[in-house]
Design a binder for this molecule. Structure first.
Ligand code: NAP
Length: 286
């Protein structure tokens, strides 16, 4: 029950009404008997500064930040976590004493999803298709986890080059940059990450690759999209014998990590597993 003592957390972005985050956070709070509630705050263009100040003035205890403010919020906050700096995006605001620190939990969500599926990155040759915000989080994760080689392929090759430069300046890994047409015919990748919105509902016929040669020898294909559960890209990967992972667990685990940061705890594994199952069921029935 919400009382005068209930702590408030929330999500700022635009749009936010469709977000699954309230479902996940309020479920975790119920499971762990934590007196908090999580709501969404749509923030209109030009209002980010006021929204941030308002959050502090109203005593909102922590925030998630989503599109289109993940980069702009970095101009507002007091401290930025190292990985969030390297990724260039903050999705979680945490009070540390009187100041607010920004974290990026997307890469941790993706990493936990891979681990849960028995996938490791060390010494693997990875291909990342796309060069937007989520590609950058994927690239930092792969570098931190000691992938052997990394190739980034994007429609706009210069954006892939920018990510490659950031990754190589921070980590001991060689990053190659190709066009998607060049990468899709190569047989040299162990794990392929699809990070573009191509294939997402309602345009489920779209796929970033035209030729599936790169999937023939790959062991694992990951699509950050979760709606539909199996994109055209993942279907092709499955047919080519890859283990396939969609973005739903990433979404769930990035929320779990934010929840852990806010409450200074680790959500027990059995609670995570139970909540993930309930979440997956809710998404299926939506
Ligand atoms: P973003 O920053 O806008 O980047 C989009 C990338 O996709 C860019 O590299 C862009 O290429 C490429 N792209 C877009 N339309 C394209 C097209 N028609 N043909 C070829 N390439 C195209 O987006 P993002 O934030 O990285 O998000 C990307 C996807 O990941 C979305 O579907 C999002 O839902 C998903 N995502 C999932 C999670 C999760 O928790 N599961 C978290 C974050 C994101 P250019 O550089 O050439 O424009």
């Amino acid at each position: 029950m919400i009382t005068g003592k209930t702590k408030v957390y929330g999500l700022i972005g635009n749009p936010v009404a469709q977000s699954f985050s309230p479902f996940i956070h309020n479920m975790l709070a119920d499971e762990l008997n934590i007196d908090m509630t999580y709501v969404t705050f749509p923030v209109a263009t030009g209002n980010l500064h006021n929204a941030y100040q308002g959050m502090k003035a109203l005593g909102v205890q922590g925030m998630n930040v989503t599109v289109p403010y993940k980069a702009d919020i970095m101009n507002e906050i007091d401290f930025i976590d190292e990985e969030a700096k390297n990724i260039g995006a903050v999705n979680t605001l945490v009070y540390e004493g009187a100041s607010i620190r920004g974290y990026n939990t997307d890469w941790i969500g993706l990493l936990r999803s891979l681990k849960r599926n028995g996938v490791t990155l060390e010494n693997k040759k990875v291909l990342i298709i796309g060069a937007g915000g989520s590609a950058r989080a994927t690239a930092i994760m792969c570098a931190k986890e000691k992938a052997l080689t990394m190739t980034i392929a994007n429609r706009t090759v210069s954006k892939a080059t920018t990510i490659a430069e950031v990754v190589q300046s921070k980590y001991d890994i060689k990053v190659a940059v190709l066009s998607v047409r060049e990468a899709e015919v190569l047989h040299e990748f162990d794990i392929i990450f699809q990070t573009t919105p191509l294939g997402m509902v309602p345009k489920t016929d779209a796929c970033p690759i035209e030729v599936a040669a790169c999937l023939e020898k790959a062991e694992v294909a990951v699509d950050l999209i979760y709606n539909p559960g199996e994109t055209k890209f993942l279907k092709s990967a499955r047919i080519n014998g890859c283990k396939t992972i969609n973005g739903l667990e990433m979404l769930f685990y990035q929320a779990v990590k934010a929840f852990e940061l806010w409450n200074d705890l680790e959500v027990p594994l059995e609670v995570q597993d139970r909540c993930l199952e309930i979440f997956e069921e809710a998404v299926r029935n939506k």
